[in-house]
Design a protein around this ligand. Structure first.
Ligand SMILES: *[C@@H]1O[C@H](CO)[C@@H](O)[C@H](O)[C@H]1NC(C)=O
Length: 327
């Protein structure tokens, strides 16, 4: 009994750390065909093994986050050690993108913010630290407090989706969309906020003539003590100061006002029939028992509960605490 208690006390923080949060699995433009976003499992796959996608690949094998103590590093731009996506989402100014998170826990309440950065060339060869982000839209607290109802609750209700409307006057060109959720459930303590940025390459083929102004590098977006970063979700607040620069949008002075309603839920989507099944980590085909994991897929790591038997010809190798892969 004593032993069990000790193990439980030890295990609790680990479980919290490894709890599945989420990543942007795919995108649809104006409700069109599915475009793969990113899967953290792809980061360690050799060239040619992972699909080429517009989503940037990063060291978020734990489906985890960037902490405030890394807000002064380029990890905050496009997640940890991010590498540029190889392709683009093709879209036009005025289009609406639906961003699909693979899952999202309803405890992880907070703002959803979208930024655009021009690439001045190909986004596929850009580095996260060289991008300058202009905030295009943001949404956060809907009502109440302690903890209240947040735009992340809307995301959960809408099959883990959020919408981003490309400003209708935006000039054609190559841009990185920086889509981000900041989870506030632990933000009442120093270094407790959790930023989940995902960058995606966006090629705007037709549009207006307005460029972006007022962009800042990722390292200038937030500080650990911003009132919207060090924030007690379980207090009696009446408002929430969304962190980061002011909403800018294309055109700068005299430009059209930025869209204000782009994070509205889609009413045509039905909520998922079971959120619990969506939060189960992806295992190998067949699930535990008689299952095998294909080469280059995940076979272990903290928080992973899928299949651990590698397909013949490969063995399970630990790459970091959160990720082992059949190689
Ligand atoms: C919910 O999103 C998933 C992708 O994450 C998609 O396959 C599924 O069709 C969506 N369900 C509905 C009802 O839109």
């Amino acid at each position: 009994m004593h032993t069990l208690t000790t193990i439980a006390a030890f295990a609790a923080p680990l479980i919290q750390l490894a709890a599945a949060h989420g990543h942007v699995a795919g995108v649809r433009v104006n409700g069109g065909s599915w475009i793969q976003g990113c899967d953290p499992n792809w980061y360690y796959q050799p060239a040619g093994a992972a699909p080429n996608t517009p989503g940037w690949k990063a060291l978020n094998q734990d489906n985890g986050f960037v902490s405030p103590d890394a807000f002064r590093t380029s990890d905050i731009a496009c997640h940890k050690s991010a590498k540029a996506g190889e392709t683009y989402i093709d879209a036009n100014a005025g289009d609406t993108l639906t961003l699909y998170w693979n899952t999202w826990p309803d405890t992880h309440k907070g703002p959803i913010i979208d930024y655009l950065a021009p690439c001045n060339g190909e986004c596929t060869s850009a580095s996260a630290g060289s991008l300058s982000f202009t905030k295009i839209d943001q949404a956060a607290l809907i009502s109440g407090n302690n903890p209240g109802t947040w735009v992340t609750d809307t995301l959960v209700q809408n099959n883990f989706t959020s919408q981003f409307k490309v400003p209708s006057n935006l000039r054609p060109g190559n841009y990185v969309l920086r889509h981000e959720i900041i989870a506030l459930h632990a933000a009442g303590s120093a270094n407790g906020a959790q930023a989940y940025p995902q960058c995606l390459n966006l090629k705007i083929n037709s549009g207006g003539s307005a460029g972006l102004s007022g962009g800042v590098p990722g390292t200038s977006l937030y500080s650990a003590t911003d009132p919207g970063i060090l924030f007690n979700l379980y207090g009696a607040f009446t408002s929430y100061p969304i962190p980061g620069p002011a909403v800018g949008g294309p055109g700068g002075d005299g430009g059209s006002p930025p869209p204000t309603t782009t994070l509205r839920p889609t009413t045509t989507q039905r909520p998922p029939t079971s959120t619990s099944s969506s939060s189960v980590p992806t295992g190998g085909p067949g699930g535990p028992g008689g299952c095998t994991v294909a080469k280059y897929q995940q076979c272990g790591g903290q928080g992973y509960s899928g299949c651990t038997t590698c397909a013949s010809g490969s063995t399970c190798q630990k790459l970091n605490d959160f990720y082992s892969q059949c190689t």
